[in-house]
Design a protein around this ligand. Structure first.
Ligand SMILES: [Zn+2]
Length: 88
């Protein structure tokens, strides 16, 4: 006698939460096509770094504050063109 196979499907379908990927447009330098390296220069920035001196006489930074007055300029890391207009 054969054992009766269990009837009915028992496997559960795991419901995955939908993943939303925000599709971000990649920045591409319009002058040289570079899309890997960029750098930013922030003018008029004031940094306040709070140090604690250790027993060995070294300074340990414990807190950093930055006040950015701008403007922030964004540059291509390859041809150094000003790409500030590309960055939103
Ligand atoms: Zn470039």
């Amino acid at each position: 006698m054969k054992k009766a196979l269990p009837t009915g499907r028992t496997h559960k379908v795991k419901v995955k939460k939908p993943l939303y990927f925000s599709i971000k447009e990649k920045l591409i330098c319009p002058y040289c096509g570079n899309r890997d390296e960029f750098y930013e220069i922030i003018e008029n920035a004031t940094f306040l770094i709070h140090y604690l001196q250790t027993d060995e006489g070294t300074l340990e930074p414990v807190e950093e504050e930055a006040e950015l007055m701008g403007p922030i300029r964004f540059y291509c890391g390859s041809c150094n063109s000003d790409l500030s207009f590309l960055k939103k």
